[in-house]
Design a protein around this ligand. Structure first.
Ligand code: MG
Length: 327
């Protein structure tokens, strides 16, 4: 096997970010919205892909938007061109894949030819959206600007504009997830959870108070029980809940990529998105090869599934100008 294909290699970690997103999304989708105890009652611990609305192993908006953002970033090396991002979001938009109400309206209009800025303006929520829509798809910016954290943070906030996620909770959620994926990919496995959170807290300052509080909780409760984490952090669509919840699931688990994603999904709530975000983190640190073959086999293929994600990961790997700086 060539060096760059090896498990845990940088290329494997690029693949891990995108395929990890998809696997967390697909694992969590059948129980989206279910509280923790309902999942427990039904599955014990949900560890394998289950039959779902669109079939076992199918992905949702989280994966499609991540794919679209990856493609946009790969096609404009060293830049975030929001017109290109909007075009790719529209091209990959499949309304039946669980898009949130406002994003669905905005993307429908963009696809019908309305300039994205006009569509966002028309449907902007008061103060911008605080939901996790900008965070769930943000992981590719960590790959496109690997080795340059300030660019990662700026790109995370910029891409949030295309769907009107401009509330500081929405943008800080995107920034946190992007910086966390960046650290995960840069450090690789094994990483040390406590310094990992401390570094995020420090580097990202100032955080919105809700995000700052959640980060503090994550740092001081890395050994907590999942029930306690779900209760204290929350797992709803508000970005200050679900993004730190995914980070906690990633860092609180010993024993690799699968366990992080399993823990994330079993917290309940916005399970596909929390799973997708934890999947990006775990895949970024461990590589795509670290996920179980049963997941990889179940995962939807095709240009909007695993095949498209692999191609986008390779395109970003080739064009990610910062990667030579990374370890
Ligand atoms: Mg979804």
């Amino acid at each position: 096997m060539e060096e760059w294909m090896k498990p845990g290699s940088m290329r494997d970690r690029f693949h891990g970010v995108l395929l990890g997103t998809a696997m967390g999304d697909a694992l969590g989708m059948p129980v989206e919205g279910a509280p923790m105890d309902a999942i427990q009652e039904r599955f014990g611990e949900l560890r394998e892909m289950k039959e779902a609305r669109l079939g076992r192993g199918t992905v949702t908006d989280d994966t499609h938007m991540t794919l679209a953002l990856a493609e946009a970033l790969a096609s404009t090396p060293d830049a975030v061109d929001l017109d290109v991002v909007a075009d790719r979001f529209a091209a990959r938009f499949r309304p039946e894949r669980g898009y949130g109400g406002n994003a669905r309206v905005i993307l429908s209009e963009i696809r019908s030819g309305i300039p994205w800025r006009d569509a966002v303006e028309r449907h902007r929520l008061p103060g911008g959206s605080w939901a996790n829509g900008a965070a769930m798809r943000v992981a590719p910016v960590a790959l496109a600007f690997l080795g340059r954290r300030d660019r990662v943070a700026d790109a995370a906030v910029a891409q949030a504009k295309v769907t009107g996620h401009e509330h500081p909770v929405g943008t800080d959620g995107a920034r946190l997830q992007a910086l966390a994926v960046h650290s995960a990919v840069s450090l690789g496995d094994p990483l040390e959870p406590l310094p990992f959170v401390e570094e995020l807290e420090r580097h990202g300052e100032p955080w919105h108070p809700e995000v700052a509080r959640a980060l503090r909780w994550v740092r001081t409760h890395l050994d907590a029980e999942p029930e306690e984490a779900a209760r204290n952090l929350g797992t709803g669509a508000r970005a200050s809940q679900s993004v730190p919840a995914a980070l906690w699931a990633f860092l609180s688990v010993e024993g690799g990529a699968q366990e992080s994603v399993v823990r994330a999904v079993n917290l309940g709530g916005d399970t596909d998105t929390v799973g997708a975000m934890a999947g990006a983190l775990a895949g970024g640190a461990n590589g795509a090869s670290a996920f179980p073959s049963s997941w990889m086999e179940a995962l939807e293929g095709g240009s909007l599934g695993a095949d498209g994600l692999r191609a986008a990961a390779d395109a970003l790997y080739r064009t990610g100008t910062g990667r030579s700086d990374a370890r």
